[in-house]
Write a protein that binds this ligand. Structure first.
Ligand code: SF4
Ligand code: SF4
Length: 114
């Protein structure tokens, strides 16, 4: 079991999750918006299930695999791609960011019926 990044992360410029992960298992597509959406993914092979990243994500985009909402069920297989198609990914890097407002977080969740 691992943690999973969902589409709530898509187009986020925030990398608060990357900064706290003790095993550096967040990956970003080399061609975001092309083969894969512009979002980070967690390697299920490398994630140690520490749960540190989940509360750090200002977009509330990270879930334990067993709690991923139905609307994001396809994102479990998507996160696995950073293990099975590693050449298409780079290790995610920490970038400067401005956290979203509560209204922005709510509006993003509402897009998916949450
Ligand atoms: S903090 Fe959340 S929304 Fe931002 S890059 Fe990480 S998973 Fe995506
Ligand atoms: S649960 Fe821990 S090991 Fe897994 S992605 Fe989050 S911070 Fe990294």
């Amino acid at each position: 079991m691992a943690f999973v990044v969902t589409r709530l992360c898509e187009d986020c410029v925030d990398t608060a999750c990357v900064a706290v992960c003790p095993v550096d298992c967040f990956y970003q597509p080399k061609n975001p918006g092309g083969d894969y959406p512009n979002m980070l993914m967690i390697s299920p092979e490398e994630c140690i299930d520490c749960a540190v990243c989940e509360p750090e994500c200002p977009w509330e985009a990270i879930y334990p695999e067993e709690d991923v909402p139905e609307v994001f069920s396809g994102d479990i297989a998507l996160n696995e791609k950073c293990d099975t198609d590693r050449d298409a990914f780079d290790l995610a890097e920490v970038k400067e960011h401005t956290p979203p407002s509560a209204e922005e977080v709510s509006a993003n969740r509402a897009k998916y019926g949450l």
